[in-house]
Design a protein around this ligand. Structure first.
Ligand code: HEC
Ligand code: HEC
Length: 205
């Protein structure tokens, strides 16, 4: 009996320490986010298709991306290098907490004629081509997985998503741990990528 209680406690502690990642302060993040608003929208609902939406994006993922831009090796972008360089780890956590607390407001423009193959791949993968279902990690509505830091994709812009999938494929974006995305995109054709991006743009939570 005591042993069971003890094991139960250990489990609680290990779950808590995984969640202990969330160190950001929403109010402090909101103040810092003013400078991000010009491109990403003040509440993270960017209005420009080449600037990703950050509203509802999970803190862990945001923190990891800011660190990657700052290091400028595995994910490079001139605009974001400039933005990420002055940020401390605490700033990044605060910004992540702030954007995570915001809500995605709408889908992104998409071509309904193009989404069929994307829907199929997203939800079921392709056994023959060894493509896993995207929803296994990104969730059926694209909500992602905050605990694991898998990004939210819901309603993200087509041009942005296409650019990222192509960057993983070309090997210019390499910050995916264990090549988790590079292995996936390797088997996607250009048409698959277009269709997936249009399907993702159509997702809502
Ligand atoms: C001048 C425009 C601009 C400003 C200002 C800006 N960003 Fe960005 N941001 C971008 C662009 C462009 C990208 C996409 C980069 C790429 O293609 O890899 C991006 C990407 C990101 C990403 C990755 C999103 C994802 O889904 O992977 C995060 C996180 C981010 N920005 C956070 C911030 C934060 C926090 C600030 C404010 C401190 C900020 N940005 C300010 C233009 C900007
Ligand atoms: C095994 C888990 C897993 C599977 C399956 C998976 N992804 Fe991902 N995906 C990730 C992770 C983790 C990242 C973040 C990588 C990083 O840190 O750069 C990511 C990143 C992305 C991004 C970049 C998001 C952004 O905001 O920049 C896109 C787009 C994406 N995935 C689309 C897909 C699509 C489409 C599929 C299915 C064909 C898929 N993913 C399957 C785990 C997965």
């Amino acid at each position: 009996m005591m042993k069971q209680v003890f094991l139960g406690l250990l489990l609680v502690i290990s779950v808590l320490s995984q969640n202990a990642f969330a160190l950001g302060d929403v109010a402090a993040g909101k103040i810092k986010a003013a400078v991000c608003g010009g491109c990403h929208g003040l509440d993270g609902n960017s209005l420009v298709a080449t600037y990703p939406k950050l509203a509802g994006q999970n803190e862990r993922y945001i923190v990891e991306q800011l660190a990657a831009f700052k290091a400028n090796v595995k994910r490079k972008n001139t605009l974001m290098l400039g933005m990420a360089t002055p940020l401390s780890k605490q700033d990044a956590a605060n910004l992540g907490a702030y954007f995570q607390s915001q809500k995605i407001k709408s889908t992104a423009p998409f071509d309904a004629a193009k989404i069929a193959r994307g829907r199929e791949l997203y939800n079921g993968g392709d056994l023959q081509k060894h493509i896993p279902a995207c929803k296994a990690c990104h969730g059926p509505t694209g909500a992602g997985n905050a605990g694991s830091g898998y990004p939210q994709l819901t309603g993200q812009y087509v041009p942005y998503v296409v650019a990222q999938l192509k960057a993983f494929k070309a090997g210019t974006r390499t910050n995916d741990v264990n090549k988790v995305m590079r292995v996936v995109v390797d088997k996607l054709s250009d048409d698959d990528i277009q269709s997936l991006a249009n399907y993702i743009a159509s997702l809502k939570q």
